[in-house]
Write a protein that binds this ligand. Structure first.
Ligand SMILES: Cc1cc2nc3c(=O)[nH]c(=O)nc-3n(C[C@H](O)[C@H](O)[C@H](O)COP(=O)(O)O)c2cc1C
Length: 161
């Protein structure tokens, strides 16, 4: 015997948010570590910037853009991708890892997005180890577990309750 139809749970109260996280990370893969923690929390699609076609963004409700900070800003590949999109009237959150995390590093990307009609719904900054030839001269061990917990909490806060 099949259960009566009333046993089927109602789906009307379930909000499904389609989240895409796009990132660039190459120095120590710090930003990738943060991006993965966020994507797991949000059940998001996670893509390296090289894997994204500009048309794809239209299919998502919320878009995360993450980068290491390289000479004062987000990686140029992220700017190149977004410059190909005339309008992006979406909710967007930003995250970055840097030797010395600072709001000023996020600003050029934020301004580009606002100019395209995006609403910036969150910003997350995190210390990221930096160095050369095997030496680490700042933020050794970052992002650490505490940074990742902060990243997960930030991501959770962006999801519908
Ligand atoms: C070429 C280069 C330039 C950097 N410029 C800055 C900078 O301007 N400000 C800063 O705070 N950190 C700077 N850093 C440190 C990186 O932002 C930091 O290591 C970041 O976590 C790297 O991210 P990734 O491992 O995801 O590539 C720089 C690192 C590199 C390799």
């Amino acid at each position: 015997m099949y259960p009566p139809a009333t046993f089927i749970p109602s789906l009307t109260n379930v909000t499904i948010m389609n989240v895409l996280i796009i990132y660039k990370s190459y120095h120590r893969m710090n930003t990738e570590t943060v991006a993965k923690a966020m994507a797991e929390t949000m059940n998001a699609t996670l893509k390296k910037v090289e894997e994204v076609r500009p048309e794809e963004l239209a299919g998502y409700d919320l878009i995360g853009i993450g980068s290491g900070i390289y000479v004062g800003k987000y990686h140029k590949d992220l700017f190149r991708l977004l410059e190909k999109i005339p309008r992006l009237e979406k909710d967007v959150f930003l995250f970055s890892t840097a030797g010395g995390p600072d709001e000023k590093y996020d600003r050029p990307m934020k301004e580009l997005l606002i100019g395209k009609g995006s609403r910036i719904v969150g910003e997350f900054r995190c210390p990221g180890a930096a160095g050369l030839l095997g030496f680490t001269w700042s933020n050794k061990g970052h992002p650490d577990e505490q940074d990742l917990e902060r990243a997960r909490a930030f991501a959770k806060g962006l999801m519908p309750v």
